[in-house]
Design a protein. Structure first.
Length: 202
């Protein structure tokens, strides 16, 4: 298993053939397809945005974020789209009122805010809950803003799906089984989350 810090990087790996299948959100797949690649999404996972735009403890209102920096994974990825959408909804213009910064994966973005390297970022569970426990403020709850959105799903290339359909089917089946395991085996789920969130899962 290879960890990518954002959807744009994951799709580039699909296009290059470095990986045959990846977990990635809709924007990176759509952007790549519009640019002429044969990347496709074969299964949808989350179809809503449970992101929060979260800020440092000293920033409690949107206008206090002006002049600051907001972390996303990388430009063109889901976190970038979500951050820009949320900022617009609270009256801030990305690139004008705030600086957009590429900071990596969700645990890296959480760390960036906690360490004061940036003033805000967008986080989803469990990182958003961890951030809340550590005193971060919620400037916008994206789930309540009414945006229909294809978040994480299973992507591959048309060529791989055509040449290796059984592998694609087995991958999708394994994802369904993994989701079931998360809901039915809390102990194992927390162990796995702890591994990828550096033990900060409570």
């Amino acid at each position: 298993m290879i960890y990518f810090t954002g959807g744009t990087t994951a799709v580039l790996a699909l296009v290059s053939g470095e990986v045959p299948v990846s977990q990635v959100a809709g924007p990176a797949v759509v952007n790549s397809a519009l640019a002429g690649s044969d990347v496709i999404m074969v299964a949808g996972g989350a179809t809503s945005l449970d992101y929060w735009l979260m800020s440092r403890p000293d920033i409690k209102k949107a206008d206090q974020l002006k002049g600051g920096a907001v972390a996303v994974s990388n430009f063109g990825a889901a976190s970038d789209f979500v951050a820009r959408y949320a900022l617009d909804k609270i009256g801030l213009t990305p690139g004008k009122d705030v600086t957009m910064v590429q900071a990596g994966g969700i645990s890296d973005r959480l760390a960036a805010v906690l360490l004061g390297k940036v003033q805000a970022t967008v986080l989803n569970p469990p990182a958003s809950f961890i951030g809340q426990k550590k005193g971060l403020n919620i400037l916008a709850d994206v789930a309540k803003l009414g945006l229909a959105f294809q978040y994480t799903g299973v992507a591959t290339s048309r060529r791989f799906a055509r040449e290796q359909p059984d592998i694609v089917r087995r991958y999708v089946r394994s994802q369904v089984e993994a989701v079931h395991r998360i809901y039915t085996d809390k102990e194992t789920s927390l162990q796995v989350l702890g591994k990828y969130f550096r033990g900060h899962v409570e």
